[in-house]
Design a protein. Structure first.
Length: 347
């Protein structure tokens, strides 16, 4: 089976090291969002900051968003595949044996505290003190990164296969469908064909500053999705500020990156994201905004997980995509954009 580039676990004994996975679902009809953030830090176990975590961002009873986090200090109870998007971490294990992929039935029987992703089957159960959280759903990718009927591309280009950039970043699926259920805050959400998205990153730590936006729920254009990010990364030990925008629309991929065009952005510490990019024949404008306060989430740093990233999954995003000679191709917006600012951006 052909997996998207960088699907497998990147740890080969490096220290320090982290790897993180992000999976987002937008439920049909209600538009409510769940985001699952999985991470492992310093799996060698030789540094004071190590272990794993799962963070879940979900709807609150007050129509806002709530974050719950469960940490797993023991890195020896983490497993991940070197070839595919598959991983798991146990907080408690019964019986006490090395972690490994389990069947869905075995997982719920044997793992009272943990999660696993295997062959696009996602499941977990976390005994939070107020309300336990449990989930099980099947994710079916529709679009990876690149043109629809061609092999998936590396998000950061072919140079991402060389040890040049820190951290690395890969969109695993820009658009997918998910079916299953989630038990959250005492309520069970059952869904079929929810809109899904997944990505990952890895390296020594997150950038010192960055922003990110993502949307794949445009009512007028079901095949439309966009992911954009910029930050200050390390390239061969030197800091570099770089941005990237990828758009999938009507089976075609529109990429705006340093190697094929120019990207300009104005992003505030919170509430406003404005980007414009060109790549020869095409141009794009992205305008994101939110009046929400956002939710603080944890990201890996040199001092372990820190609350240094602000997120919303209910942002307004307007997207305009056009051709220099043929005019505007798409002009639309969504109210379910993921918007994020992290680190010391804008300060």
């Amino acid at each position: 089976m052909n997996y998207p580039p960088h699907s497998g676990y990147h740890w080969h004994g490096q220290s320090p090291f982290f790897e993180g996975w992000y999976v987002r679902l937008i439920l049909p009809n209600s538009g409510e969002t769940f985001a699952f953030m999985y991470s492992v830090e310093n799996p060698a176990g030789n540094l004071p900051y190590g272990g794993g975590a799962v963070q879940i961002l979900g709807p609150d009873l007050n129509s806002t968003e709530q974050l719950k986090i469960r940490t797993f200090p023991n890195v020896k109870k983490f497993w991940a595949s070197p070839e595919q998007f598959a991983l798991g971490h146990w907080g408690k294990l019964s019986p006490n044996s090395p972690p490994k992929p389990l069947t869905p039935h075995q997982f719920f029987q044997q793992i009272p505290d943990g999660y696993q992703i295997h062959h696009n089957h996602h499941q977990g159960q976390i005994p939070f003190p107020d309300h336990p959280c449990r989930w099980q759903f099947q994710l079916t990718p529709q679009i990876h990164w690149g043109n629809r009927h061609r092999p998936a591309q590396a998000t950061a280009g072919w140079l991402s296969f060389l040890p040049l950039f820190d951290p690395g970043w890969q969109v695993l699926c820009a658009q997918a469908n998910a079916s299953g259920w989630i038990e959250w805050q005492g309520k069970k959400y059952t869904f079929d064909n929810a809109i899904a998205y997944a990505e990952k990153n890895w390296g020594t730590s997150f950038p010192s500053r960055w922003f990110w936006l993502q949307a794949n729920n445009f009512t007028e254009f079901p095949s439309l999705s966009v992911t954009a990010a910029a930050g200050e990364r390390l390239v061969l030990g030197q800091r570099e500020e770089v941005g990237l925008i990828g758009i999938h629309w009507q089976g075609r991929f529109y990429e705006f990156a340093p190697w094929n065009g120019e990207i300009i952005w104005q992003v505030s510490p919170w509430s406003r994201w404005n980007l414009r990019a060109t790549n020869g024949n095409f141009w794009v404008e992205l305008q994101g905004k939110t009046d929400d306060l956002g939710t603080w989430v944890h990201t890996p740093t040199a001092q372990g997980l820190q609350l240094n990233c602000r997120d919303t999954t209910r942002g307004l995003l307007r997207l305009r995509l056009g051709h220099f000679y043929h005019g505007v191709m798409v002009d639309t917006q969504t109210m379910t954009a993921g918007l994020e600012v992290g680190g010391c951006w804008g300060q």
